[in-house]
Design a protein around this ligand. Sequence first.
Ligand SMILES: [Fe+2]
Length: 385
Amino acid sequence: MMPDADYTLLYPPIIQFGWGRRVALASILDRLSGSAPSHVLFVATNTAATNGQLAELERLCPGDHDRLVGIPHDPALDVVASIRDQARQCGANVVVAVGGGSAIDAAKAAAVLTHADGTVDDYFHGRHSIDGPGLPVVALPTTAGTGAEITKNSVLTDTEANVKKSLRSPHMVPFAAIVDPELTVTMPPALTAESGMDALTQAIEAFISLNAHAASSALAAKATRLLLDSLPAAWRDGGDRLARTAVAEGSLLSAMAFSQSGLGAVHGLAHPLGLALNLAHGRTCAILLPHILRWNAPTCDEQLQELATLTGRPSASALTREVEVLCEQLEIPTDFSQHGLHESHEEAILRNCRSGSMKANPRPLTDDDVRALLKTLAGATAANA
Ligand SMILES: [Fe+2]
């Protein structure tokens, strides 16, 4: 018997999607300011600052604004602290985040903690809890993959403790997400591939998650189809408007799915693996996805068959094979041997992989299973499943 349906959906109050839709920033900032003038802090990557995207968005801002640029990948706690300091100093009452997942995550964490007591470290390590809203965030992603523009978490790294994990709170959901595919056309092919494969991983993991439900699965299936169908074209020709739009929409829908259903073992392993190897999240997920799909296949053949049907593929095995071929086509390596994965990384990865994502994976992995998988991922020839 099927269990009773029982879920809550949590999204930004405003999600705008469409080519050129970034112009909506002006009206959203107007709505946020109400009767008081707003002071906006823009938080952006260097790329957005140098390619003119940030300047264009600043021109849409009706009031005063400051900017903090140069948010690095995998933001550390001190990056969040410096954004928070600047927000306090300039008296910001809105934060606009422009960039990939790292910039948006750092901005979300800083915004929610702007008026909170304690250090960023206190919240990251659970000594303090986030008990109320901070500054409202408007997020404009310039990549199509992470979904940070709508989620309640922020992936941060404590470089001293060597821990990468999420800070989470419902208060971290942005006030508005403006997903404009035109902002993604400047992504080079490798970034298109890696961020797109992150989105595809999120969609597939959401669909087969133990916590999936009707709403998350409908979104995940549509996201999977959009990404499988259009990622190769967006990778080949970054200026292909139709492909860029489909991939950006696939990324948004994948985030709308996984933010409600949770993820799986790819994401459980990706954080400690990426930290150990200093490897970008999307690339880590892309390498892991075919391996984890093969591991999960015996347990969730029925769900994969359903996903195949919903995405117009003939069978679960054809869907799994298509993911492998796509990785090859996008020049994703088949394991982490070229990235230096070694037995010495094993214990740290094991210690830090037991997140909610691992718990939502349909086929459990014991510590011995993870060790065997890591050996395969390091380039050993033994089968992993
Ligand atoms: Fe991800």
